[in-house]
Write a protein that binds this ligand. Structure first.
Ligand code: ATP
Ligand code: MG
Length: 635
């Protein structure tokens, strides 16, 4: 068993891929730039989509990094042994360079070689795409896996989805549902993937001889890494063409990897969580049960499970919240701010279940800062603690008010009764009223239910959900829209609006002043939405001047030049852009001579004359404090 810690794995991973000719790039923000459909960065490949789509990356064709990821789509699974809303994804990419053979061989080498992780190859099982009516079975991956196992003296058999497993089955064939990625939109790059799993309970014997179905749902098998091979271009429904640029995109979860490497069964039992759990134990006076050996939840009494789940959820959610706030998001009732608010409130609710009645989230956030400050210095921002303190105070007030409102809905006399005095016949509470409380007070439905349960009252959850559905659950939308549209949309219109946004920012800075910087943008083929720092409403005259500036640039048909340079050179050239260390050492600067000079990943039109139409600001409004939002079109 290894005594390596998570930070050593991170370093080793990057060192390994550096030795294989990869440039190491820094983690991008958890808040995606220039992406209209996605609230958070959900995978390492996400910030790299333009390059996977063919843009040239300034650091070359082989890249590796450790990317901060937020997956709100996994929020309901948090508390199990392997799902988190915040995790780090270690990734390596080939942008039209190496392909399956190298990617698989390197994955195996990194996992098993004593010089690197030294995991036991006998405990590794993999899945490969089985083939379907659209695309053939991935034989190259199967052969490559066999070779890898052979090198360490293991004969690896192949087992189809509905076949009986052989005594040596290690390579499992699965359909598109599990082993196919993409395309991002209706059309575009896509391809098969191959996932690696590790057996965390080897004492129970080998898993060979079992079908995939027999082991996949068990606690003992943990997915750690996924290699995606983007080899096809989907051009129309059921029509796939081999792509000119074949890419590799891999993602390895740091938390899961340290788990299996240290002989544990769940991600919370590792150095990426233990200090946080210890703090929660201290604050709640309850013990987290480390079940060495190791018991999964399925073997534990319910009351233990509940408390442990609460602790896990608090640990995960506050960690995720710290990283989201560190990248500039504050709690609010829309979009990212809403997701953040929901994470914080869910954590407080779990604290409530553990019997913590005072503000506690800041204490936990401080532990997170201590754990991650060195690698991700942005978490040390003082604002993080202030915002959290304020949000928790606000929520506690909300809870008090909500409970008061709820009590008004109880039948006369109920309020005074103890639970055991209440007649067993339950009374339904009007779901519409319950929803009203939820909405106006931000009272979580689970808490409404708990309060009601203590009075033997129920609320019709289906009816309530119907009410709820009417309103958007943004965090869900966020994950559902994961790779749809957005940067993968490289339609001409979108590209034109992207260049227009550069011109507009330059115009805003000229008309309003140098204090104006981009705060976010959201561009699709129809319109651009753009947030920028500015304290007051723009006058009609100011808007007109900005429009004139942009239209003049369009009419002047100026070439759009792209140059690669170091961040320092970019800054010296007066380029506009975020100068935090998130673009890597070498950046691309798009210059529209006489008009705009800005750091950006692209893509852009070649000449402003390619922008068809007249630029028009449709709306200018407040976005948040000190930030204005413009909606604009080309008509
Ligand atoms: P699972 O099926 O277990 O949810 P996935 O197929 O969604 O995993 P990928 O999208 O392939 O995972 O992501 C690549 C890697 O990132 C996974 O192999 C895993 O190590 C890690 N990972 C994915 N989701 C999470 C999560 N919610 N928490 C922690 N690690 C994760
Ligand atoms: Mg998943």
């Amino acid at each position: 068993m290894s005594s390596m810690n998570a930070s050593e794995i991170r370093t080793k991973y990057l060192e390994f891929f550096k030795s294989k000719g990869h440039a190491i790039i820094p983690s991008a923000s958890v808040v995606p730039e220039n992406d209209p459909t996605v609230l958070f960065t959900t995978a390492g490949m996400h910030p790299l989509v333009p390059y996977l789509m063919g843009e040239v990356h300034p650091q070359g064709k082989r890249l590796a990094d450790s990317q901060k990821c937020i997956r709100t789509g996994d929020i309901d699974d948090v508390g199990d042994n392997r799902h988190l809303t915040f995790f780090e994804m270690l990734g390596n990419w080939s942008l039209g360079d190496y392909f399956k053979k190298e990617a698989i061989a390197w994955s195996f080498e990194f996992l098993t070689d004593e010089k690197w992780l030294g995991l036991d190859p006998k405990r590794i099982y993999v899945t490969v795409f089985a083939g379907d009516e659209n695309s053939p079975i991935d034989n190259e991956s199967i052969e490559t896996w066999k070779e890898q196992y052979e090198k360490v003296g293991i004969e690896a058999g192949v087992c189809g989805e509905n076949e009986k497993a052989q005594s040596d089955s290690r390579i499992f064939l699965l359909g598109a549902k599990d082993n196919w990625w993409g395309p991002a939109g209706e059309t575009g790059p896509c391809g098969p993937c191959s996932e690696m799993f590790y057996d965390v309970r080897p004492d129970e014997g080998l898993l060979t001889g079992k079908t995939h179905e027999q082991w996949v749902d068990e606690f003992r098998i943990m997915e750690i890494w996924n290699d995606v091979f983007m080899e096809f271009n989907k051009v129309a429904p059921k029509q796939f063409e081999k792509m000119a640029q074949q890419n590799v995109d891999t993602g390895m979860g740091l938390e899961r990897t340290i788990t299996v490497l240290t002989g544990k069964e769940n991600v919370f039992d590792t150095d990426l969580f233990l200090p946080i759990i210890a703090k929660i134990e201290e604050l709640s006076g309850k013990k987290y049960l480390f079940t060495k050996g190791d018991l999964g939840f399925e073997e534990m009494p319910d009351c233990w499970v509940e408390d442990m789940k609460s602790m896990r959820i608090i640990a995960d959610h506050i960690k995720a919240s710290v990283f989201i706030m560190a990248d500039g998001i504050e709690p609010s009732n829309t979009e990212r701010g809403y997701v953040l608010r929901r994470l914080i409130r869910r954590a407080i609710r779990q604290g409530h279940l553990l019997g913590i009645s005072n503000n506690f989230t800041v204490e936990i956030a401080k532990v997170v800062q201590g754990m991650y400050g060195e690698v991700f210095p942005e978490v040390l921002n003082e604002k993080v603690l202030n915002i959290l303190e304020e949000e928790e105070g606000r929520f506690r007030k909300t809870l008090e008010n909500g409970i008061r409102e709820l009590e008004k809905m109880f039948p006369v006399g109920f309020k005074e009764l103890r639970a055991d005095e209440i007649p067993p016949s339950t009374t339904d509470i009007d779901p519409e009223k319950a929803f009203f409380i939820f909405q106006t007070h931000g009272f979580p439905i689970e808490m409404i239910e708990e309060e009601l349960k203590s009075k033997n009252l129920t609320v019709n959850r289906d009816e309530f959900n119907k009410q709820f559905k009417k309103h958007q659950d943004l965090s869900r939308t966020a994950s559902a829209g994961m790779f749809k549209g957005g940067l993968s949309d490289n339609k001409e219109e979108t590209t034109a609006l992207h260049t227009t946004a550069h011109l507009m920012l330059a115009g805003l800075r000229k008309v309003l002043g140098e204090h104006v910087h981009q705060k976010g943008s959201n561009i699709n083929g129809e319109r651009l939405r753009f947030d920028f720092s500015h304290p007051t409403k723009m006058t009609d005259e100011e808007k007109k001047q900005v429009e004139e500036f942009v239209n003049e640039a369009i009419n002047a048909k100026v070439p759009v030049e792209m140059n690669e340079m170091s961040l320092e050179e970019a800054r010296e050239s007066g380029a506009e852009g975020a100068f935090e260390n998130k673009y890597g050492e070498v950046v691309k600067v798009y210059k529209i001579n006489g008009y705009s000079n800005e750091i950006c990943g692209g893509p852009h039109v070649a000449n402003t004359g390619d922008i068809k139409g007249t630029f028009k600001i449709q709306k200018e409004e407040s976005s948040s404090s000190g930030v204005r939002r413009i909606k604009a079109i080309l008509e």
